[in-house]
Design a protein around this ligand. Structure first.
Ligand SMILES: *Cc1c(COP(=O)(O)O)cnc(C)c1O
Length: 458
């Protein structure tokens, strides 16, 4: 498979080149020359295959012979000892993506990426430095994924004071080959600094550099896997039994009777994706194009609604991000939009994606209501998805049928918000361990020079 820059068709690379570089040399994002399709045998079996087998069948279409089958088998089995349960909750479907070590969906991308990098760089002596900007969850997932991978150093930039105490410990508490920079600015500033450093000719001569944001194609591709798996199961008319870590109130006897957004065998699913940088939604578009039974997407954002506004008006206007209680989605200039626009025109996007924006008050009301009515704890990001689905359904913009709301983080990860509204969700063991770590980060101003100096001193 060849990958092209979104800015220039003549700038191309193989999977290894695109993954290890992160950004194309002209500043564009790498996209596959065409989105591959599942073989019929795989497509028809998605509802029955186990998660690692779907991961193997999905990713191999993008990695080709650059990662041989046996190596890819090892990578997916080591990356995904956990899956992505599709559960019936309050008469609709929730796709739980928080069963990995940092309790957010970013573990799916980061864990594959770390293992792929280790494989692609086998035998390489020069160390690699990975720069990653985070609004909260990416940093922890990438830090955890790469922790103690030999020959690779990770530097995480996060907006100081805008991540939760737990996220800060996940980002800045590991030490070893992971370092953390608290930037005096917003997530957009962090992202801008990373892009500037990756493009800095001087720094590039001194160190091998890469990025681990969702602009990296190796993080995006594995995210298509859970869409294919969930769509396959929904199409087969099956949800999963409760996963152990599922944050449900014990013994709750639900009263919800409305199942209009639940399972319907033989129907393609709609997925509602709580979105910020739009990496997750882009991966969903790939899964759909690959042949997974998906009908449509809902792009649910908080008040940072650059993409819903674009879908409505056809005009793309980047804005400064505003802080909300769903902080991992506080993005005013979504980096993956460039990728979406490379594959789809506005007319096509409008047909496939319904945009909706949800306020903090609506989010809070939803967390309390879903706990009360369905006995289920939602984190603030997933609550944006739930409420966004409610709004579109009430406006008759989606028909009855299977709607899978992506639950992008475990509610215990955002207990500061969730607890006063819904009480305490059961805490996964991995989060309990992370809370015990000590934060070790250096603060820098939101200036490229300051970042370059900090990197040189690390
Ligand atoms: C990163 C993140 C999002 C947004 O995902 P994008 O791929 O950036 O759109 C939503 N929810 C949570 C919990 C996240 O960590």
């Amino acid at each position: 498979m060849r990958y092209f820059s979104t800015r220039n068709k003549n700038e191309s690379a193989g999977f290894a080149g695109a993954a290890l570089a992160g950004l194309a040399p002209d500043g564009g994002l790498f996209v596959p020359e065409e989105i591959p399709r599942y073989r019929a045998a795989v497509k028809n079996a998605l509802g029955d295959m186990d998660f690692c087998d779907i991961a193997f069948e999905t990713i191999r279409l993008y990695t080709g012979d650059e990662i041989p089958g046996a190596a890819l088998e090892d990578i997916v089995h080591s990356a995904y000892p956990f899956g992505a349960p599709l559960l019936g909750v309050g008469g609709r479907l929730v796709l739980e993506l928080f069963h990995g070590p940092t309790a957010a969906f970013k573990d799916f991308g980061a864990r594959f990426m770390a293992r792929a990098f280790a494989y692609l760089r086998r035998g390489e002596e020069k160390p690699l430095r990975i720069l990653v900007a985070t609004s909260g969850d990416t940093g922890g997932a990438v830090a955890d994924g790469f922790f103690e991978v030999p020959g690779i150093f990770v530097t995480v930039l996060y907006p100081r004071g805008r991540v939760t105490p737990l996220q800060e410990r996940q980002i800045a508490g590991l030490g070893g080959n992971i370092s953390a920079l608290a930037v005096e600015g917003s997530f957009d500033d962090c992202q801008r600094l990373v892009k500037a450093a990756l493009a800095d000719e001087g720094l590039k001569k001194e160190t091998a550099l890469s990025s681990a944001n969702s602009i990296n194609i190796s993080r995006l591709i594995p995210q298509a896997v859970y869409y294919a798996a969930a769509a396959g199961r929904a199409f087969a008319g099956r949800a999963d039994a409760d996963g152990e870590a599922t944050p449900r109130v014990k013994g709750f006897a639900g009263t919800v009777k409305d199942t209009r957004l639940g399972l319907r065998k033989g129907e393609a699913a709609v997925f509602c994706v709580p979105s910020g940088n739009f990496g997750n939604l882009t991966a969903g578009l790939y899964a759909m194009k690959m042949g997974a039974p998906v009908k449509q997407f809902i792009a649910a954002t908080n008040i940072n609604k650059t993409v819903p506004d674009y879908l409505a008006s056809g005009e793309y206007t980047v804005r400064a991000s505003r802080a909300t209680i769903s902080n991992a989605m506080d993005v005013g200039a979504p980096s993956n939009f460039e990728r979406m626009a490379a594959h789809f025109s506005w007319e096509e996007m409008k047909r496939i994606i319904l945009g909706v924006s949800v306020s903090d008050n609506e989010t809070k009301e939803t967390i309390a209501r879903v706990r009360r009515e369905a006995g289920y704890f939602l984190d603030p990001h997933s609550a944006v998805g739930w409420k966004g689905t409610d709004k579109l359904f009430a406006e008759n913009k989606i028909a009855a049928g299977p709607v899978g709301i992506l639950s992008t983080a475990h509610p215990a990860k955002f207990s500061e918000t969730v607890k006063p509204l819904a009480g305490s969700a059961p805490v996964p063991a991995a989060l309990e361990r992370a809370m015990e770590r000590t934060v070790n980060a250096q603060t820098i101003p939101a200036e490229t020079g300051a970042l370059l100096d900090a990197i040189r001193r690390l």
